[in-house]
Design a protein around this ligand. Structure first.
Ligand code: ADP
Ligand code: MG
Length: 728
């Protein structure tokens, strides 16, 4: 009997839901571990508070004296809450979060000690960061980068550590993290959007990008998950036959949340409340043991930090409940994978959501301006947007004909499609007063405040307009949202700059009225953006053909998808908008390609090992039992044994064939890997891993899964899909 598997199953059956203390109201505990405005009011002088608020709103610098005051206040507050350490908390290009804890504790001689946290420790730190990926930006012998305080994301206490959100940059000023380019992109979109807003409202001073992510994940019993070497090492199952029942009955989606999962969610939500992460929605997802968690949306930088923090908190809380959270985009074959929808919008400091239809024709023209410009941006940069969500793990969703597909398209719903059709027939040049009135009354004025047909029709478009925001659905569940958010905000910024320039030409050189000019440019945009609009659902071969005709990219694998990241146009785009310089762009490309190679390499090793160390020996053992049985039958029945042992003989042969296939496939795969590892060209190596190593996975799996069905359940060593997916 396979001890580890059955031990794990037994353990998982004895679990009981934990009780979670929910006596305190959420509104009372919300943000109590965050150094937020309310706390700052208690701990800071007026000057310090003013300076920090200005740094948040306008990006102004905080001087050293005030920084000392702020750090002391932070320390006092943190110690009063039980913190003993502090850390600069940042997001290196591994996608995870990084921290290095230092104690407040310091000795001052004569056997005395104090708690200290000075302004310089708040503002800047130098982590020994030589082993973070940097894509050649830093010379490794001069492995120096520093972290610098980002006051726009408030400090928080996690466990007993005061965490200070920071950017991570090299001494030559290049960004070594995800946050720095994001902040620059947010600045770019702010400036560009404010300039366009001035056509409609002179009072607008700031435009914020907002982000509301929806985190999907699998929750698997810890004993079961850790009994599988593939889950432990790669975050997904590399082998395993589909269970007799999967998700075809749709009985999990929005069903009652299982008791243990519910206790976990409550506990997790409590932690989120303390940390100021405004989580609001929880529900079952489509696949068994798949769930989703979503917050109220926030300013994009903060939302990105909160999602990164959340992913960490999710794992930590899971330990208490004997769960393992699988964030991988496709942990199980045959059932749905996980995504992280990025709901995105722009809103002004005057309180207007620019992607929400308004009450008046003029506010609707503003809405249409931002709506159409976003579509145009996606049309122009669809390939770059695809690249922003490319990863080895997300390829299993996007490249595998799942929904959403690798083709980026925009869904806008029937009502808005009609509006665009009408706008498309607007006269070229100056509009007659009659036409303008007609437009304002019957087209622009008729957009209802709530776009009903948008809310729930299409669940699988990669980029959908959902009433008052766009929903970028192709983002992977494991991803750091900073990457897609940097690209989206950059391309929209670029598009808004172009739009403003074009409108201004019509106003200044063709002496057109402002709204005539806007109608004229929008009309052209509608014409040129049609290829990206698609109302269909998910993936189909027909759509694949149609998209090709339309000239849309369909990059199914990460190495193909990433190429555009270093095209001349992309490099110029990021450079001109001040988001990333060419070195930073190139570095990210190299890191992502290398990461791709490493992931495939690890998976390939793991699948080879499991096939040889678990599957084949089990097959041999079972085959021996069969042989013993056949020999026994022969001893008893003589020549008649062949009739009696037909099935056994057949099985013995089949098992031999599968064993042979697995062994030769693994050997071949290792040979290909060995050759590729000598390859110095990054593209060639990544493509080789993609096109020559990865295909072995499916083949090896095929034979292993066949064996799983044949072999005595008592002997099978790998915890089965039904146990992983249906243990509650
Ligand atoms: P679902 O997509 O599951 O039907 P909703 O569309 O209601 O759920 O909301 C999903 C997410 O969209 C939530 O996280 C919500 O906070 C976010 N959201 C709502 N309005 C905006 C907005 N203006 N900007 C960004 N995110 C938003
Ligand atoms: Mg959604």
């Amino acid at each position: 009997m396979s001890t580890l598997r059955f031990h794990a199953v037994k353990e998982s059956l004895n679990r009981r839901p934990l009780t979670v203390d929910e006596t305190k109201r959420r509104s009372e505990v919300f943000g109590s571990n965050v150094f937020n405005e309310t706390t700052m009011r208690q701990y800071l002088t007026k000057d310090a508070l003013k300076s920090i608020m200005e740094a948040i709103d306008k990006g102004s610098k905080i001087d050293r004296v005030l920084a000392d005051h702020i750090s002391t206040a932070m320390k006092e507050w943190a110690i009063s809450k039980g913190a003993t350490h502090y850390t600069h908390w940042f997001q290196p290009l591994t996608g995870a979060t990084a921290e290095k804890h230092d104690a407040f504790f310091e000795t001052i001689g004569d056997g005395l000690a104090i708690e200290k946290f000075g302004g310089s420790q708040l503002v800047q730190q130098e982590p020994d960061a030589s082993s973070f990926p940097h894509g050649g930006i830093r010379n490794t012998f001069e492995a120096r980068g520093y972290t610098a305080w980002d006051p726009t994301s408030p400090a928080f206490i996690y466990g007993t550590t005061l965490c200070i959100p920071t950017v991570f940059v090299s001494y030559t000023g290049e960004a070594l993290d995800y946050k720095t380019p994001l902040l620059r992109a947010l600045h770019a979109v702010d400036k560009a959007a404010v300039a366009v807003c001035k056509y409609f409202d002179k009072n607008v001073r700031k435009v914020n990008a907002s982000l509301g992510w929806e985190q999907e994940y699998f929750l698997i019993d810890n004993a079961l998950a850790t009994s599988r070497p593939d889950i432990v090492l790669t975050g997904r199952t590399l082998l395993g036959h589909s269970p007799a029942k999967g998700q075809q009955l749709d009985d999990h989606y929005f069903g009652t949340i299982p008791a243990r999962a519910m206790a976990y969610m409550r506990d997790l939500e409590n932690e989120c409340m303390l940390l100021g992460i405004p989580v609001k929605t929880r529900h079952n997802e489509v696949a068994p043991n798949q769930f989703e968690l979503a917050p109220i949306f926030e300013e994009a930088n903060l939302a990105v930090d909160h999602n990164s923090l959340l992913m960490d908190v999710m794992q930590k809380v899971a330990q208490r409940h004997n769960f393992k959270v699988l964030m991988h985009e496709k942990p199980f074959a045959g059932v749905n994978g996980s995504g992280k929808h990025n709901n995105w919008s722009l809103s002004t400091d005057t309180g207007i959501n620019l992607l929400s239809p308004g009450k008046t024709p003029m506010s609707n023209l503003q809405f249409l301006t931002f709506f159409i410009n976003t579509i145009k941006a996606v049309q122009t940069y669809e390939e770059l947007l695809r690249a922003a969500i490319a990863s080895e793990s997300n390829d299993h969703r996007l490249g595998a004909n799942e929904a959403p597909p690798a083709i980026i398209s925009v869904f806008i719903g029937a009502q808005l499609t009609k509006v665009l059709e009408e706008l498309e027939s607007v006269t070229k040049g100056k509009l007659s007063p009659q036409e303008k009135t007609d437009l304002k009354l019957n087209v622009v004025g008729k957009i209802p405040e709530i776009l009903l047909d948008n809310t729930d029709r299409n669940r699988t478009s990669p980029f959908a307009f959902t009433g008052n925001k766009f929903e970028f659905r192709a983002v992977g569940s494991k991803a750091n949202c900073a990457n897609p958010m940097t690209v989206l905000n950059t391309i929209v910024a670029k598009q808004l700059i172009d739009f403003k320039a074009e409108v201004d030409v019509l106003i200044d050189e063709k002496s057109m009225k402002k709204d005539d000019a806007i109608f004229n440019i929008l009309r052209e945009y509608i014409k040129t953006s049609k290829a990206i609009l698609f109302e269909g659902n998910g993936y189909s071969e027909a759509w694949e053909k149609e998209a090709k005709k339309r000239g849309l990219s369909n990059n199914k694998t990460t190495p193909e998808a990433l190429k555009v990241k270093v095209s001349k146009e992309t490099i110029a785009l990021f450079e001109n908008l001040g988001v990333m310089n060419p070195v930073e762009v190139q570095a990210r490309y190299e890191i992502e390609m290398e990461e791709y190679i490493l992931h495939v390499q690890i998976e390939s090793r793991v699948i080879g090992d499991i096939a040889r160390n678990h599957v084949v020996p089990t097959a041999v053992r079972y085959q021996n039992i069969l042989i013993e049985n056949v020999t026994g039958l022969k001893a008893i029945y003589g020549d008649k044994f062949k009739d009696l042992a037909q099935e056994q003989l057949e099985l013995i042969e089949q098992i031999s064939k599968h064993i042979e296939a697995i062994n030769s496939l693994v050997t071949k795969m290792i040979d290909v890997r060995k050759k590729l590892n000598k390859e110095n060209n990054l593209e060639k190596k990544a493509n080789g891993y993609c096109k020559k190593v990865k295909p072995f996975f499916e083949e090896i799996r095929y034979h292993s899964d066949k064996l799983e069905l044949m072999i005595d359940d008592e002997l099978w060593p790998l915890t089965k899909y039904r146990e992983l997916l249906f243990t509650r």
